[in-house]
Design a protein around this ligand. Structure first.
Ligand code: CA
Length: 227
């Protein structure tokens, strides 16, 4: 990345949505560019890669999924997919498609700007002057997690849950995935128990970082860890 403000490419076939997004992105200090179709986007990303792409899923011709797959053959540029269907999210973020994040339509432009900034920060493309993200250390051998160098007093289940989320910042885990990945098979657990563990972890994190919202609930989907 250059010294200049991060460049965001918006790929969106609805001109009104694109105009509003670009307006907000520019006001937030990004350089915003717009393309209305998928094949042009692939060419531009290949020739003159932006710092981030906001990619509409439903495009005429080559759709967002095909664009993202093709781009992933030659580039690791962060891609935020815009979709109206929350049930597609797992697939979009999976290896098969390879998007970094998603936003659900209808979205608020403010929300898009926040997601763009978060994904850029995660990918190390932050503009100078942004605060550094909190430091999170996971000690696998000792089953301990520290935030800003301070150890969290976690139960074994809370440790597994937080380790799962914190190992992949930005990745959204559904409650079913959390059950699969962070709990022992023989445990009888319900969604509500996950929510209560999350609540406890948040309380312990807040004792160290009161302002941070590290574990975010994603409405209708699950949870993600965001720095
Ligand atoms: Ca569209």
């Amino acid at each position: 990345m250059t010294e200049a403000n991060p460049r965001v490419l918006v790929v969106e076939d609805e001109q009104t949505i694109a105009d509003i997004l670009m307006d907000y992105l520019r006001k937030a200090g990004f350089q915003a560019h717009h393309l209305a179709n998928g094949s042009a986007a692939i060419e531009v990303i290949r020739r003159d890669p932006p710092d981030l792409v906001v990619l509409d899923l439903m495009l005429p011709g080559v759709d967002g999924v095909a664009v993202c797959r093709e781009v992933r053959r030659f580039s690791t540029v962060p891609v935020i997919m815009a979709t109206a269907r929350v049930e597609e999210v797992d697939r979009l973020l999976g290896l098969e498609v390879g998007a970094d994040d998603y936003i659900c339509k209808p979205f608020s432009p403010r929300e898009v700007v926040a997601r763009v900034a978060a994904v850029l920060r995660r990918s190390g493309r932050t503009p100078a002057g942004d605060p550094a993200p909190p430091r999170v250390d996971i000690d696998e051998a000792g089953q301990r997690i520290a935030i800003q160098g301070q150890r969290l007093d976690l139960t074994p289940t809370e440790y597994r849950l937080l380790r799962l989320l914190a190992s992949h910042p930005g990745r959204i885990y559904s409650r079913a995935q959390i059950l699969d990945l962070a709990y022992h098979q023989d445990q009888e657990v319900s969604d509500r128990i996950i929510d209560s563990h999350i609540k406890n972890i948040r309380r312990k994190v807040a004792a160290i970082l009161p302002e941070a919202n590290l574990i975010q609930a994603v409405y209708g989907v699950g949870y993600r860890f965001e720095m």
